[in-house]
Ligand binder design. Structure first.
Ligand SMILES: Nc1ncnc2c1ncn2[C@@H]1O[C@H](COP(=O)(O)OP(=O)(O)O)[C@@H](O)[C@H]1O
Ligand SMILES: [Mg+2]
Length: 265
């Protein structure tokens, strides 16, 4: 198998880790899903976890969320050890976990409702994020009246509304059509720049990972381990229309594919 060279091996100067994964292993009955995995997620950046299906991406996300206990190792968020779910982290699920009986506004505001935030305040916060994810005008619609892509946006707006510092997104674009996906990727880039939160984004699409990420962690399966960390740099901060034509973008996509192709059955 050809090894890809990291483009920039170290996190950029001045960044600090919001989330540290240290020596995490996870075994389900007899399946070793993660072995001794360590990863740093810099604050204010988007890191993609990229790897073939079954390589433990969802498992790692659930451990960071505190929904699953590691068999060994630990996760720290802002220097504090994760012992369970907390308001500092919000999970946007792969299958939209929306309330079917509530409209978009209530769904987005629901996390704040659970925290006892007064109605007018939570609705004004929800409105702000509904607009940021491009759903203005859909506040009174119910989940069944929305497309898959729109439902994903509701989930993302809900996660943003509770003001979690760490956003965990598990293949949020896998169920949407290509045009919606591209639009959503552009919006995600804008959100990362605007919100200064730490995004941990799971995808199995190489192009998507390189397009949206400050840092791409390439995971290899059986048992899952980090093979490479790549930090695309030259096209970050440029006009989104030019990214897919950027020579560095194309080069990184090619090299990641060269590394992953032997794992595709
Ligand atoms: N609850 C579970 N019980 C047993 N095995 C599991 C469970 N969840 C995941 N696995 C196994 O752990 C491995 C990693 O799964 P997962 O984290 O879902 O990978 P990914 O999200 O990268 O597709 C797979 O082999 C999967 O079959
Ligand atoms: Mg998964």
């Amino acid at each position: 198998m050809s090894q890809i060279k990291p483009v920039v091996p170290e996190p950029a100067a001045g960044t600090s880790s919001a989330v540290s994964v240290r020596g995490v292993s996870k075994t389900y009955q007899d399946v070793e899903a993660l072995r001794n995995m360590s990863l740093e997620f810099p604050r204010g950046e988007l890191t993609s976890l990229l790897g073939p299906s079954g390589c433990g991406k969802t498992t790692l996300l659930k451990i960071i969320a505190g929904l699953l206990e590691p068999s060994a190792g630990e996760v720290e968020v802002d220097g504090r050890k994760v012992t369970g779910p907390g308001p500092d982290r919000a999970f946007v699920f792969q299958d939209f976990a929306l309330l079917p009986w509530a409209n978009v506004l209530r769904n987005v505001a629901f996390g704040l409702e659970l925290r006892g935030v007064a109605r007018s305040e939570r609705e004004s916060i929800a409105e702000r994020y509904i607009s940021q994810v491009g759903l203005s005008g859909f506040e009174k619609k119910y989940p069944h009246q929305l497309s898959g892509g729109m439902r994903q946006r509701v989930g993302l707006a809900r996660a943003l509304s509770v003001d979690a510092q760490v956003l965990l997104l598990d293949e949020p674009f896998s169920a949407v059509d290509e045009q919606t996906r591209r639009k959503f990727q552009e919006d995600l880039l804008a959100l990362v720049r605007h919100e200064r939160k730490t995004f941990i984004f799971v995808t199995h699409s190489i192009e998507e990972a390189v397009y949206v990420s400050d840092q791409v962690a390439i995971l290899l399966p059986r048992p899952s381990r980090v093979s490479e960390i790549i930090r695309p740099s030259s096209f970050r901060g440029k006009n989104v229309d030019n990214i897919r034509r950027d020579p560095e973008y194309l080069d990184i996509v090619d090299r990641i594919w060269a590394s992953l192709r032997s794992y595709v059955e």
